[in-house]
Design a protein around this ligand. Structure first.
Ligand code: PLP
Length: 416
C-alpha cells in the first residue's frame, strides 16, 4: 500500500503475477443472464437506454483518449441506477415463487390479474441509504405490492420523501446504514416481509446476487454504445462503492466477458466509509467491517460493511482500491455540471460524481504518478464512469454547485 504524502487520496495497488482468479466472477455473471436482465428491463414502460456521454474536451485537457459517462441519472424516472437491481430481483423472486420459466415470464404477466391472484399481496422490504429503497418502492408499486423501507437517522428528508412518493412506509432507524440493515432483518422475519436487499449476509445471498446480475444490464447497454463508437471495451473503469454490489457487478461483468484482458478496474470509496479499502488492506481474503458515523457527503456510499458475496469477486479482480475525501466528490460534481465548451453537461450527485473527481484529482494533484503509471493511464486510455445518480438531494446539490460547499483545498487547485 502507498499512502501518498502529497495527495489526501490513498490507494492500494493489486498485483496478480500469475493472472487473476476469475472463478468467482464467472460463477456469478454470464452473458445469458445479463441479456435476460436487459430483456426484462426493456419491457418496463418508459424504458430507454441511458446515454453514454462522451467528454472529449475534458479527455484532451487531461491527456487521455476518451472519457465516457454512462448517465444513470436518466434511468426511468428514478434519478439513479439502483432500480435496475431491485426490479430484476423482484422479477426473479416472483418467477421462482410461481415456477415460471424465463421465456414464460414477462413484465406484462407480472402486472396481470392472474399473477396477482396467484401471489396475493407481498410486502417487499429493504434498508437503504436512499436510492435502493426508492427503486424497490417504485417496483413494488408498479407490480401492485406493498413496501416497507428502513432508513438511518441521517437520511435527508428529500430522500425519505422520494421513497414515500411511491407509497412505501418508511421507518427511521437510529444509527447508520448497517444498523438499518440489521433491524430490517429482524423485523422482516417477525412480520413476514420479503427482503430485497442489495447487500448480502450469510444465508441471504440469492437476492443480492440477482440484484448484481440486474446491474449487468447497464453494461450490456454500455457495450452496445461503445460498439457504435468502434470501441471494443473501455481500457479503464472507475467505479464507486458502498457495500460493493455495483462494483462487483461492473468489474465481474468485464472479467466474465474479457477474462484477463478486462479493463483495469478501480474501486473508489469515501475515506470515511472505506470498508472495501480496509478489507483489501487486511489482505487476508476476508471482508472487514468498519464502524462509526460514516460521515460523508456521499450518502449512497456511506456503508461500513462490505457485501460478502461482492467482496468475494472484488478481492480477486479489482486492480486498485482508492479512498478519497469528500471534496473529490464535490469537485467531480462541479466538473460534470459545468463542462468545458463542447462537452455535455451531466447532473451528478455526490456518489455519482466521485469516480470522475478521483480521476481528475489523480491527474492534477502532486504525487499520484505511482497509481497512474501502475494503471497505465495515457493518451490511449478510454475511461468509463457510471454516473450512478443525479441530484437525488437537490438542496445538497445546490449547496455544492451554487454555494461552493466542500471546496477543493487550495493546495490542489487546478493550475493548468
Ligand atoms: C448513487 C449511488 N451510487 C453508488 C452506490 C453504491 O452501490 P453499492 O452499495 O452497491 O456499492 C449507491 C448505493 O446505494 C448509490 O446510491
Amino acid at each position: 500500500m502507498t499512502e501518498d504524502k502529497n495527495s489526501d487520496m490513498q490507494w492500494i495497488l493489486r498485483r496478480f503475477p500469475n493472472g487473476k482468479n476469475l472463478e468467482s466472477s464467472k460463477a456469478m455473471f454470464s452473458m445469458p443472464t445479463a441479456r435476460l436482465a436487459n430483456r426484462f428491463h426493456r419491457q418496463i414502460p418508459g424504458y430507454r437506454m441511458t446515454a453514454l456521454e462522451s467528454l472529449p474536451n475534458l479527455a484532451s485537457m487531461l491527456g487521455v483518449g476518451g472519457i465516457w459517462v454512462k448517465d444513470e441519472a436518466q434511468r426511468l424516472e428514478l434519478n439513479s441506477f439502483k432500480v435496475m437491481g431491485g426490479a430484476f430481483a423482484i422479477f426473479r423472486f416472483i418467477q421462482k415463487k410461481l415456477g415460471l420459466s424465463d421465456d414464460k415470464v414477462s413484465y406484462d404477466y407480472l402486472v396481470s390479474e392472474d399473477c396477482k391472484k396467484r401471489l396475493g399481496t407481498i410486502t417487499f422490504a429493504s434498508a437503504t441509504d436512499g436510492n435502493h429503497g426508492r427503486g424497490v418502492a417504485w417496483a413494488a408499486k408498479k407490480l401492485g405490492h406493498d413496501c416497507v423501507i428502513y432508513v438511518h437517522s441521517e437520511t435527508t428528508p428529500a430522500r425519505i420523501n422520494a421513497i414515500r412518493s411511491y407509497g412505501a412506509t418508511v421507518h427511521i432507524v437510529a444509527g447508520n446504514y448497517d444498523d438499518a440493515v440489521r433491524q430490517i432483518e429482524v423485523d422482516a422475519a417477525r412480520n413476514g416481509w420479503q427482503i430485497i436487499s442489495d447487500t448480502s449476509w450469510p444465508g441471504y445471498e440469492e437476492i443480492p446476487t440477482w440484484i448484481m446480475q440486474g446491474y449487468n444490464s447497464i453494461l450490456i447497454e454500455a457495450q452496445e454504445q461503445f460498439s457504435g463508437q468502434g470501441i471494443i471495451k473501455p481500457t479503464h473503469v472507475f467505479v464507486q462503492a458502498g457495500v460493493g454490489a455495483l462494483a462487483c457487478s461492473v468489474i465481474g461483468f468485464y472479467h466474465m466477458l474479457f477474462g484477463q484482458d478486462a479493463p483495469k478496474c478501480i474501486v473508489v470509496e469515501p475515506d470515511m466509509a472505506d470498508c472495501l479499502f480496509q478489507s483489501a488492506l487486511a489482505n487476508d481474503g476476508k471482508p472487514h467491517d468498519i464502524t462509526g458515523g460514516l460521515h460523508t457527503i456521499m450518502a449512497g456510499l456511506a456503508c461500513g460493511e462490505p457485501s460478502p458475496i461482492a467482496w468475494n469477486v472484488l478481492k480477486d479482480t479489482a486492480d486498485a482500491f482508492m479512498k478519497v475525501p469528500d471534496y473529490v466528490a464535490a469537485r467531480g460534481m462541479r466538473i460534470l455540471a459545468t463542462p468545458l465548451k463542447g462537452d455535455p453537461m451531466v447532473i451528478s450527485g455526490e456518489s455519482g460524481a466521485v469516480p470522475l473527481g478521483a480521476l481528475y484529482s489523480l491527474l492534477t494533484e502532486p504525487g499520484c504518478e505511482e497509481l497512474t503509471d501502475f494503471l497505465g493511464i495515457n493518451s490511449e486510455s478510454q475511461i468509463l464512469f457510471i454516473n450512478t445518480e443525479g441530484n437525488t438531494d437537490p438542496m445538497a446539490f445546490r449547496q455544492i454547485i451554487w454555494d461552493g460547499s466542500n471546496p477543493v483545498p487550495r493546495r490542489y487547485w487546478t493550475t493548468r
